[in-house]
Design a protein around this ligand. Sequence first.
Ligand SMILES: [Zn+2]
Length: 527
Amino acid sequence: MRFFILALAAVLGGGIRKTRRWGQRLERVWIGAFLIGFFLLTGCASLTPLPSPTAIQTRLSSNTETPTAFLPAAPTATERATSTFTPSPTFSPTPTPFPTPVWMGREIPLYTLRADLDFAEHTLEVAEEIIYTNQTGVELEKLVLVVETNRRSDVFHLESIKLNGEEIEPNLEGARLEIPLEPKLLPEEGVIIEITYRLDIPAKPSDEVFGYLSSQINIVNWYPFVAPYTAEKGWLIYAPSGVGEHLVYETSDFDVKLKVSDNLIVAASAEGETADDNWVHYEHKAARAFVFSVGSRLSSQTVASENARVTSYFFPDYEEESAALLEASSKAIDVFSERYAPFPYESLSIVQTELNDGMEYDGLIFVGRKFYDEYDGTIKNNLIMLTVHEVAHQWWFGSVGNDNALEPWVDEAMALYSERIFYETVYPYPVGWWWRFRVYWFKPKGWVNITIYDGYDFRAYTNAVYYRGGLFLEDLRDRIGEKDFNAFLQDYAKSYAGKIATSDDFFMILDRNTNEDYNDLLEEYFK
Ligand SMILES: [Zn+2]
């Protein structure tokens, strides 16, 4: 074991990327020594990317958890009183060159989050660490982070932010947090960002997920995250619109520890393991986001399907509806795993909440209570249909991402059409009902590829993006035939897993799976 550790440390130490700012032999030797020490300390538990030495020391001395963990410091009365971050008098407004960046060897970002929830007070204390490697292929002179909770006042209270161990001045306006990088971050180079903050969780508006209810708190989009960057569009950070979803997420890894008092039920994007003293540890890999919901009156039921463990969290007296949901969602996971690609995660949580809709995150979906109330004991209702829709988003949104603001049809038309695929496979007789009830009743019109900013109201928006999107996919399937259509679905699900697919990507994959001409369909459905 020790030889392995030494060899590994030597390889890693020697393998640290030599950049214009690296290359000092002494530094590399020092890092090798540091790595040896680190692996001896951690017992070689894992090859987690290495924070800067100072960061590690701080964490080791500040808690009794594993060396890579860090706990949010308990806020003092003074800290609570001063809600906003104020730079110290000696703080320099110009960014100081940060210590040499280290190549972290990560394809995707890693978010390490330690969050302490005070359910009664509606506060969440968070210590966050982001390990970000520049995989954009271009030099970055800044990073743009999305701080969704800062769109409204008095929710997000920044305490400190550090870049590679150095405190920096926050440049935060609304949801946009900019971190200047001086010198620029070259492709393949990485940085570590540490942010501590407190959320004062607001009451939940009826049409949003985030916020507290009398017996439940839903926590989504709760940590600053690096916006995806593309050469064509730059940083993908968008303003909300009256319709649709505006956030775009890069696939990332999440290591989360939550502290919640033990009389509460926690539903999360992944299944947790209780560590110690009410801290529960979650790992959510290759996912768009980590979300959770905490309730004082929630019950749960779990079924293990062939492809995933599915848990339903529900309010008192909804056991029958919960059981129906579990059956449908497990079958949906089996159907989509077969038709598209294996289920991308290990588990799925379905959480009842107060909402006029369903809402997808990867590994966790919310379903509005009103659909439970409408449940009629059959499979021909909104409860089953919407749940299956949100399950389908695990593939179209979760695994295959897209620009939800500018190209919402890319996931929504696919999730809508997945409902049809679910019914035709599991309960074929109501497919006619599904078309009438779900699509034709609305007499849909409009272009499939509108953005969320094109001025449509909710009904006109869903008519165009969802229902006309579903009709387009039905016509496309008729045109190219079952064999090509299935080959396309599988190729697309596989080729764009973990990526952000565009309309062009969709048609590029389609073209390589069929020789049929479908140009007239593009003219009919797309502007
Ligand atoms: Zn949807």
